[in-house]
Write a protein that binds this ligand. Structure first.
Ligand code: AMP
Length: 534
């Protein structure tokens, strides 16, 4: 089954049902019209020479047009590559060039900046610039009618999309997801949560984030409505809490951080949430005090902790019990493996650990990625056994340390590497370091993360400069903004004459991790930096 089939079937079965709505301007589209738009794009892409196995970049803000584009690309047999519209243009063009997209569909507002970077492509892509304020995709298709082509019947192993995540070597890496990977997950969601055409799914995660797959395709599979949440409202707890109630969302899915904010500041008592049936969260640990507070204010829905990296999508799940004990502080388990997957916990040699011992969680099964785009070595390292046997090659190493409890639920204990999560976004601290090393005045850079009193994650960059002078915070911040997404910009920069070293002359991350005893001198060395503005 190909991922494009869900929309095709729903647009025939229930053409008049609302497929997607855009609460910010009241626009909505039916399954019939969404199917027509996606088919129109498929025809145009085929006429432009796009065929099975190609890649197409979708560089659009969240919108009905963007949803239609994802489906249209899938129907053409190409894989879509969703681009963060708020990300730096250098990073975005790196991604599009890395996977040699044949076509880029972008918002007209990004066109000139993107064209300035076309030199990065060996074979520059066709650029389709949509004016979203003046007809967008529909107008483009009306003005560029192509002859009808059949839907490409993608094979299970063809790529459906590539999601770029932070890479420890300093550049993002593309996680390849096949049609079978994606449909096995969507089918699991449909079986587990049994949504119906009456449901209204939230679309909170951006389309370059793997949480978006549940919303986009589980809704399309059952003919339910998808309620798009704009980036701005998505960060703002009061407006978001109101939106969930007013748009009568029945299935909510997001990272825990925004749910924590809504529990604290969302004024939930002011609204009626009787429509809400499920609150699903994933991407990071949900601190129990905030989860408890949310459940006390919204006791009616069922809550699920979903866990998994982009490389597998959700691979374990756990239903949060109805009542959370007052004295509980430990986060809830991430649960048991989903039915379409297998899980095991291994030691550093790859051997399964004894019951109850901590080890690395490895996952095999239908939704596990075939690997990273064009990165053979990183793909090899991501699987157990370094290719020793067919069975070993099937086990994806999550990098997450877990313990299996007596009842079979896994408890998340942290990472074995330097990847962190911040507001649900995945960050390789090495990518931030690589960015800082590109600064002409930086001699050494080491980046660590710390948890603040309010449970939020702070990113701290330790720097030694070539001339020993501190760098201007504003300039450093502007430098990072050119290269990194906002969620990766360090909160704090600390300057050192030289970074501390271990006896083997490596950067001593452990001493950087433990904050020095506060002293007036130390306090003056730590300069918090406001959130990046662009
Ligand atoms: P991403 O690839 O962005 O989805 O990030 C995947 C990583 O996020 C996992 O490897 C975990 O470290 C973390 N993660 C995902 N879901 C959860 C969860 N429910 N609880 C704790 N950590 C999680």
């Amino acid at each position: 089954m190909s991922l494009s089939r869900y929309l095709i079937e729903s647009s025939t079965r229930c053409p008049d049902r609302v497929a997607v709505c855009q609460p910010w301007d009241g626009a909505s589209i039916t399954y019939g019209d969404l199917g027509t738009m996606a088919a129109g794009l498929r025809d145009w892409l085929a006429a432009a020479g796009v065929s099975r196995g190609d890649r197409v970049g979708v560089f659009l803000p969240k919108s009905i047009d963007a949803v239609a584009c994802l489906h249209g690309v899938l129907q053409s047999g190409a894989a879509y590559v969703p681009i963060d519209p708020d990300g730096p243009i250098t990073r975005n063009t790196f991604i599009l060039a890395d996977c040699s997209v044949r076509v880029v569909i972008l918002d007209k507002r990004f066109e000139s900046r993107f064209r300035d970077h076309l030199a990065k492509f060996n074979d520059p892509p066709i650029v389709v610039a949509l004016d979203l304020d003046a007809g967008g995709l529909k107008r483009f298709l009306d003005e560029n009618i192509a002859s009808e082509t059949p839907v490409c019947d993608s094979a299970a192993n063809d790529l459906a999309y590539i999601l770029y995540t932070s890479g420890s070597t300093g550049v993002p890496k593309g996680v390849m997801i096949t049609h079978e990977n994606a449909t096995s997950f969507v089918d699991w969601c449909a079986d587990t949560f049994a949504p119906t055409a009456e449901d209204r799914f939230s679309s909170h995660a951006p389309f370059h984030f793997d949480l978006s797959i549940l919303d986009l395709y589980t809704s399309a599979k059952v003919g339910a409505a998808l309620v798009l949440v704009s980036t701005d409202v998505g960060k703002e707890p009061i407006g978001l809490a109101r939106l969930i109630a007013e748009t009568k969302i029945t299935i909510w899915y997001s990272a825990p951080s925004i749910l924590s904010l809504m529990a604290q500041f969302g004024k939930l008592a002011d609204y009626d949430y009787s429509a809400l049936r499920f609150v699903l969260f994933a991407g990071e640990v949900f601190p129990v005090p905030h989860l408890r507070s949310l459940k006390q204010q919204l006791p009616h829905p069922r809550y699920f902790n979903l866990y998994g990296p982009t490389e597998t999508n959700v691979c374990t799940s756990y239903e949060i019990p109805t009542a959370i004990a007052d004295d509980r502080t430990d986060p809830y388990p991430v649960g048991k493996a989903c039915e379409h997957l297998q899980a095991k916990v291994v030691d550093p040699s790859g051997a399964v650990v004894a019951a109850g011992e901590a080890g690395e969680l490895c996952i095999a099964g239908l939704s596990v990625t075939p690997g990273y785009w064009n990165l053979t070595e990183q793909t090899r390292a991501a699987f157990l056994g370094n290719g020793a046997s067919e069975d070993d090659r099937a086990w994806y190493r999550t990098g997450d340390l877990v313990v299996e409890q007596a009842g079979g639920d896994f408890v998340f204990r942290g990472r074995r590497d330097r990847m962190i999560k911040r507001r649900g976004f995945r960050i390789e601290l090495g990518e931030i370091e690589a960015c800082l090393h590109e600064h002409a005045d930086v001699l050494e850079a080491a980046v660590v993360a710390a948890t603040g009193d309010d449970e939020s994650i702070k990113v701290i960059a330790h720097l030694a400069t070539r001339d020993g002078e501190r760098l201007s915070m504003i300039k450093l911040k502007s430098f990072c903004v050119q290269k990194l997404p906002a969620y990766m910009i360090p909160d704090v920069f600390e300057f050192h004459a030289r970074l501390p070293r271990t006896s083997t002359d490596k950067v001593d991350y452990q001493s950087l991790q433990s904050p020095p005893a506060p002293s007036p001198q130390a306090a003056s060395r730590t300069m918090p930096v406001q959130d990046a503005t662009r």
